[in-house]
Design a protein around this ligand. Structure first.
Ligand SMILES: Nc1ncnc2c1ncn2[C@@H]1O[C@H](COP(=O)(O)OP(=O)(O)OP(=O)(O)O)[C@@H](O)[C@H]1O
Ligand SMILES: [Mg+2]
Length: 290
């Protein structure tokens, strides 16, 4: 169904934390979910698979980098995708069978070189673009048929892997702290997506994160954005769910811990908050489709 990027050009705004919590929440509801880790820091992969399993994926060449490299190959078909995907992610219970992970690798930084080499093998760059678009369509078909939600945890830059993945996605969520620099990072992102001609991917909403009720600047930004006061009218309409700065949410990111249930991992209060957020995401995805 929907392929959704968690993206902001600003670092440290809780893209990864929210991507993992949302993926687990949809999985907990029984949806088929894939989390694609597109950040070379590999944090989401580690959070969902643990260090040892991630290392095994790396050794076996089953990571996003390996899949993107395979997309430069003639043989890449829809059926090629599951080879790179690890089934049964999360440190809740014995993992969710319906939560799959396409982990990242540090080698993703070499992908630019592979892209350049591949482009040189074509007669013209138009031929190359046509071919890469064909592979994108195959990837997109596979993801939207197989999964209810594909959540992509993005790095804080329009890195080379995003040049391939952004056109595959349907929509994007912008996690942002309601502060000056993060809001500017969000504006910059919208500008960069426009300039890169990535206008088909739709903004789903701003997701206020790391919110501190006691900070006046945070309160004012959230209120003004809800009313659409300039300059917030240039940003996508924020989700009503606001994710606070809370040590229980920070604690949930420790991949060495195990939790019995979603509620135990996030505490009932924050588990309900993420359930509300997933409800909002579902509604916006569905209304954009009509
Ligand atoms: N709601 C929250 N409450 C408290 N701490 C949080 C919350 N969400 C995230 N954090 C902490 O904030 C830091 C940044 O979070 P995270 O790594 O998810 O951000 P990011 O946007 O993915 O960063 P990067 O740009 O480096 O990928 C981490 O230390 C994380 O544990
Ligand atoms: Mg991150």
């Amino acid at each position: 169904m929907a392929i959704i990027l968690m993206i902001n050009l600003k670092g440290g705004v809780a893209k990864t934390t929210n991507a993992v919590a949302v993926a687990e929440c949809f999985a907990d509801e029984g949806r088929q979910v894939l989390l694609i880790d597109a950040d070379h820091q590999c944090m989401a992969s580690e959070m969902l698979l643990g260090e040892e399993r991630l290392l095994r994926c790396e050794k076996r060449g089953r990571t996003l980098h390996d899949m993107l490299a395979a997309m430069l190959d003639d043989e890449f078909e829809e059926e090629s995708v599951p080879y790179f995907v690890e089934e049964g992610g999360s440190n809740i219970g014995s993992g969710y069978a319906n939560l799959h992970v396409l982990p990242c690798s540090l080698r993703i930084d070499d992908f630019e070189k592979s892209m350049r080499k591949s482009r040189n093998n074509y007669r013209s760059s138009d031929d190359w673009i046509r071919d890469i678009n064909k592979k994108r369509r195959r990837l997109r078909n596979y993801l939207s048929t197989k999964y209810d939600y594909t959540i992509v945890d993005c790095p804080p830059a329009l890195a080379i892997q995003l040049q391939v993945l952004v056109p595959v996605a349907d929509a994007f969520v912008i996690p942002s702290i309601p502060d000056q620099l993060s809001i500017r990072g969000s504006m910059l992102l919208l500008d960069r997506l426009r300039r890169a001609n990535f206008s088909k991917v739709r903004p789903l909403g701003m997701l206020w994160s790391l919110y501190r009720q006691q900070a006046r600047a945070h309160r004012e930004a959230v209120e003004r954005a809800a009313r659409g006061t300039p300059p917030f009218d240039q940003l996508p309409r924020p989700f009503e769910t606001v994710i606070p700065n809370a040590s229980k949410i920070a604690d949930s990111t420790d991949p060495s811990k195990n939790f019995t249930t979603y509620y135990a991992k996030y505490t009932p209060a924050f588990a309900r908050l993420y359930q509300n957020l997933c409800g909002e995401i579902r509604k916006r995805v569905n209304s954009a489709r009509q």
